[in-house]
Write a protein that binds this ligand. Sequence first.
Ligand SMILES: *Cc1c(COP(=O)(O)O)cnc(C)c1O
Length: 430
Amino acid sequence: MSNPASTAKLALFGGPKTIQATFKRYNPIGVEEVQAAKQVIESGVLSQFLGCWNPDFYGGPKVQEFERQCETYFGVKHAVTVNSWTSGLTAAVGAIGIEPGDEVIVTPWTMCASATAILHWNAIPVFADIEPETFNLDPASVEANITPYTKAIMVVDILGHSADMDALMAIAERHGLKVITDTAQAPGTYYKGKITGTLAHVGGYSLNYHKHIHTGEGGILVTNDDEIADRLRLIRNHAEAVVGNKGVTDLSNMVGHNFRLGEIECAIGIEQLKKLKGFVSSRQRAAERLTQGLISLPGLRTPIVKPDCTHAYYMYPMVLDIEQLGVSRARLIEALEAEGVVGLAAGYANIHLLPMYQQKIAYGSKGFPWTSDICHREVSYQKGICPVAERLHEFTYLGFAMCMHELTDEDVDLIGRAFRKVWNQMDSLK
Ligand SMILES: *Cc1c(COP(=O)(O)O)cnc(C)c1O
């Protein structure tokens, strides 16, 4: 705290900038991935899927190999690859047997696809509020939002920390609901010693470029339920053309898509999976070091990790006590960015406030499905339905995009120093 940079004039007011260098962009792709992709390209078979009842209905050798390795790695009976996690979520909602008009409870503090996947099947997203500690669904709010029409809960392990699965699964069991987990941001983490993403009826991970491991685009579904796994594979690959010959009798949601992931991506995925633990632990090290540098700052809450859980730090989530600081979040970000801190985010998401929900215009222009008679009741998306998520988003949440950078100890220390410098001169920002 006593280093000269802490007392020098803020960069915002023309003083010296704390961080001069730009941080290295995260790039998890190495020679192993290049070699693996090259071998597939040289084979000439970039995808071996066939959309009919045939051994190739399940995909080619790299798809098979990657899926078997995911099953071992995540300790599940079935892994099903898809061409994006958005596709994965969509397949999951269809596979659990959702009917048009069914209500599915979801968090507003997530990437939009968690909720759009529900709407895709003409089911109705119902937003429950979040816990202020982990930003995940608050079990009490979930319970309060259950109606006779609720059929499932879309749980998201947001920012890198698992949701409260014991409480959520207990609620689901009590009300006969299915649970899907969206673990796009928390692969390789643990909840009470168990692997995050594997504790619901179906769950999974994203393989897009911004995530801890990636294949460009892609996703992995995981489940221990044979029937759900079968339905996922059907929805992935032109179900309607396959059900006849496969002898499928339950035709509900057997509307197929082409959600197939290619051989190159799966070959890359095999290599990425081997590195996941290391990528996650390097983020955990950086986060713990950053927390040491920030923990003493008044009015700033460093990330909370619940007992027996681990955090993947997709984002490094902070919460500001705006009243105590007497300075707005926007002003603080301005000062921190002037010191050279990049990757800060004011708020995260309030999905229920997107125009699609505010105007209830999705399929066509006349308000389908909300205005249709498949919808059992008037569902509110008004501001005020998720007060915790709304306040965090509007005023107090400050994120740092941890996963976006390859941070050295020196980088982390500089970020800490920039924060301390700004905090030491908080009065000058008022
Ligand atoms: C990235 C992400 C998705 C979507 O994954 P894609 O692979 O990009 O389709 C869904 N949910 C959450 C929480 C995400 O972070």
